[in-house]
Write a protein that binds this ligand. Structure first.
Ligand code: ADP
Ligand code: MG
Length: 450
């Protein structure tokens, strides 16, 4: 049996008034895999512990299969929990660790058949007679998982079960968890601070910030239609580019979004989403550009929905299959305080200009029309980008990160033409709420001229 879990306006207030969870409402369907995602301290574990009955609910209601369950003892909830630190009894073998909860639940029964079946499912038969001290981290986590599964619970709660493992093992176990929970069809609530893990595992992802639910949607929807700037910034790598802008919508002339030194010209005829931006005229907004919404190419190559700006190369991150180029476009990055972990990297900026990039493009344009007008695609061995630089506060000075293929040779200080796909830009208002694409697709929007 698998169960529905509902939280209605659930809050947790700790001693001294710390509000760890604030009026959280969530309906988790039977058999669903829901991921609770958010930065450290946002209340994820608290939510899980309230569902498990390990933490008292201060306000609101918890319903299990529609029945009020706030006061139900943990042992009667039929829910199994897996923790980050593989909590196993050190003085018991794997077999006894898995069998122990079964013996507690039903002292008269022989746990062996269920333990063996579970071990086969997890491929851990050969680990059953070892003690936790004789197991690697990944093996211990498999045994811990076995202990949860063997009980045939009606729901699993998993609190960052993979975060103590190395990256390779994490990926493998992630795939195993996905396969296993789906084949068992058991409702699962999985907590993580890792957005990539959330996106790859969840049927839906619930994003929490400071104890408050920001959005709950399919991984596709939280990525494509983030409700606010926090969700946009938290989901996706490289992080979405967030730039401060001002909407300029003159009565005569093209509508633009000013980004400080440059402006994004919105192509005519204006799309529905862009028409709706008129109401923001003169207001400060935050423009969100995912790295795939910008490409290195000349204005001549622009598609109708693309608009042209230029960027100065500040930093090149070589990643093998792709390259992340940090540009300075003269705009001001918008800051999402909770997410300002220092970006990875580097050392002081070397700026040398090596002949204007556009100059060389012009030279090339004379000799060869059309072609990939972008940087020099070299056929020989790729020069490795040199060690990078940062400003004194440790941040890379670029304001726009663009993803490109490794066959562009870009050097620091080059001035590069960029095309921005205006059909894939996000605009957030001063409160950080998304205003474009429009928050909801109303059926009569076509007639709604603004
Ligand atoms: P997460 O799992 O998302 O990292 P937690 O649910 O563990 O976050 O904690 C949420 C918030 O509640 C944090 O700010 C934490 O410091 C606070 N908190 C957790 N337990 C207690 C407690 N017993 N007393 C006071 N504050 C607590
Ligand atoms: Mg936690």
């Amino acid at each position: 049996m698998t169960r529905a879990i509902s939280l209605h306006d659930v809050s947790k207030v700790h001693a001294k008034g710390v509000r760890a969870v604030d009026r959280l409402s969530l309906d988790i369907a039977p058999g669903e895999f829901l991921v609770l995602l958010g930065p450290s301290g946002c209340g994820k574990s608290t939510v899980l512990r309230m569902i498990a009955g390990l933490e008292h609910i201060t306000e609101g209601e918890l319903l299990l299969d529609g029945a009020y369950a706030n006061d139900l003892p943990p042992s009667q909830r039929d829910i199994a929990m897996v923790f980050q630190n593989f909590a196993l009894y050190p003085n018991m073998t794997g077999r006894d660790n898995i069998g122990f909860p079964l013996r507690i639940e039903d002292p008269g029964s022989d746990p062996a058949p269920r333990v063996d079946a579970t071990a086969r499912m997890l491929g851990i038969e050969e680990l059953l007679d070892r003690y936790p001290g004789q197991l690697s981290g990944g093996e211990r986590q498999r045994v811990a998982m076995g202990r949860a599964i063997a009980r045939h619970p009606s729901a699993f709660l998993m609190d960052e079960p993979l975060s103590n493992l190395d990256a390779k093992l994490r990926n493998r176990l992630r795939a195993e968890i996905s396969r296993l929970t789906r084949s068992l069809g058991v409702t699962t609530v999985y907590v993580t601070h890792d957005q990539a893990e959330a996106m790859s595992l969840g049927d839906r992802v619930a994003v929490l910030r400071g104890g408050v639910l920001q959005q709950v949607d399919s991984p596709r929807a939280v990525y494509a239609l983030p409700r606010n700037v926090f969700v946009a910034a938290f989901i996706g790598t490289p992080r979405i580019n967030l730039l401060r802008g001002v909407i300029r919508a003159p009565l005569d002339g093209a509508m633009t979004i000013s980004l400080g030194k440059q402006a994004l010209r919105l192509p005519e005829p204006l799309s529905l989403d862009h028409r709706l931006l008129r109401v923001q005229q003169g207001r400060e907004v935050i423009v969100g550009l995912r790295s795939e919404a910008v490409r290195i190419a000349t204005p001549a190559e622009a598609r109708p929905e693309e608009t042209h700006i230029t960027g100065l190369v500040e930093h090149v991150e070589f990643q093998g299959h792709e390259v992340l180029v940090h540009f300075n476009t003269g705009s001001v990055p918008a800051v999402v305080p909770e997410l300002e972990a220092p970006r990875p990297a580097p050392r002081p900026t070397r700026r040398h200009r090596e002949g204007g990039f556009l100059d060389r493009l012009r030279e090339r344009a004379g000799s060869r029309r059309a072609g990939p007008a972008v940087a020099e695609a070299s056929n020989g061995p790729q020069p490795m980008p040199e060690p990078q630089d940062t400003s004194p506060d440790g941040r890379i000075p670029g304001d726009l990160v663009v993803r490109t293929t490794p066959d562009f040779v870009l050097r620091y200080g080059m001035q590069v033409p960029l095309l921005v796909d205006t059909a894939h830009l996000y605009v957030f208002d001063q409160h950080g709420d998304r205003v474009s694409p429009a928050p909801a697709r109303l059926p009569d929007l076509e007639e709604w001229e603004v």
